[in-house]
Design a protein around this ligand. Sequence first.
Ligand SMILES: *Cc1c(COP(=O)(O)O)cnc(C)c1O
Length: 386
Amino acid sequence: MRDETKCVVTPEVKEDGYRSLAPSVHRASTIVFANAEEYATRGERGPDGYTYGLYGTPTTRQLEARLQALSGAKRTLLVPSGQASNAVAAMALLSAGDHILIADTSYPPMRTHADEDLKRFGISVDYYDPLSLEDLKRRIRPETKLVWCESPGSTTMEVQDIPAIVSIAHDAGAMVGCDNTWATALAFKAHAFGVDIVSEALTKYASGHSDILMGAMSFADEETALRVRAFMGRTGIGVSPDDAAMVLRGMETMALRFSHAEAGARRLIEGMQGHPAVREIYWPPLENNPGHTFWKRDFTGAAGVFTVVLSDGASARLDAALGALKTIAIGASWGGTRSLVAPMSIGKARSATAVEGEDLFIRFSVGLEAIEELEADIDAFLARLK
Ligand SMILES: *Cc1c(COP(=O)(O)O)cnc(C)c1O
C-alpha cells in the first residue's frame, strides 16, 4: 500500500475483548458494503439496519433504544431539536384537508409553525382550552387527525386530563400527540395513558448541560413511527452521533438531576409563598395549580420549572429585581445545571383562553447550585420588588 492510501484507509484493529460502559461514537455518512449483492439489496435492511449515516449509526440507535425503553414506546426517533420533534410529527402525519387541534397553552413556536406552515400546506389549525373537555368536543371535526397536548402547558402550567382527551380524540378517529418536555418520561409515561406520539426536547433535562439541541419523538405503534421515519428520510432530517453521545452521557445523571430540581423548586417556592410581591405561583404539585388533580393522578414527579405572577405594581421594579440576581442567570432554555429565570408575556400566544390581569409571568428553572445561594438570590429578588 502506498503512503497516500495508507493515509486514508481506516486500519482494522482488534475489537473483541473491548467492552466499555461508555457508548462509542459511531460517525458515518457513507456505509460500505461487502459486495455488489449487499449494496443492491441495502433497501431491504429495514429500519434497524444500516444503509446511510442519515438514517442512523449505532450511537444514535443506542440513544433511541434508551429513550424507547424509558418511555415505553414501540419506537423512538431523534430529530435536531425539541421544536423539530413537534413540527416533524405534524408535517409527517397531516395532509391538505386535515385538521389539527392544538392545546392553547402549547410551546409558542408550535403555534407559529401551525399558523405559518401547516396552514400553508392546506391543513386547518384550531386551538382548544387545555382544561376544557367540552371545548375540545365542540371543536373536534371528522377531518381532525391530530389532537396536540402539552401537559403542563408552557409557562402557565395547566395539567391536562390526558386519558379523557385520548378517549375523545380516538373516538373521533384522531391521534393524540403530547409535548412531554417538562415531565420527561421519568415523571409522566404518556404512552401508558394512551398518547400516540410523545414529543420531548432532549435539549432540556435529557442532555442537561445547556450545550446540545435535540428532540425525540416516541410512538405507541410501529406503523406511525415508520411513516414518520420515511418522511424524515425524504426530508433529510437526522442528528449527529457526537450530539447523541453527549445526550447518552447527560442522561446517566438525569434521574438525579430531575429529582434534585424538584426538591429545589419545592424549597424556593416555600420561601416565596405568602410574600407580598408574589400573587400566584404555578407548579403542578401545588394544590391551586390548574389541573393539579390530574398531576396527582397521572404523574410521579415534577420538574424544577415553575412560574411566578407578581402582585400589582411589582412588575415596574422587575428590571431592578433581576439585576439583584447573583447565581440565577437570565435565560430561556431550562433543564441544565444552572438555574434560570425568564420573564415572559404570553398573551399573543393564546387564542382559545385569555390571560387575566397583567401579562407578565416569571418562569424559574432550578439547577444544581447550592440551595442557600439560590434562596439568597430569591430573597434579594423579592426585596427589590417591594
Ligand atoms: C424547549 C421546549 C421545546 C423546544 O426545544 P428546542 O430543543 O429548544 O427546540 C419544545 N417544547 C417545550 C415544552 C419546550 O420547553
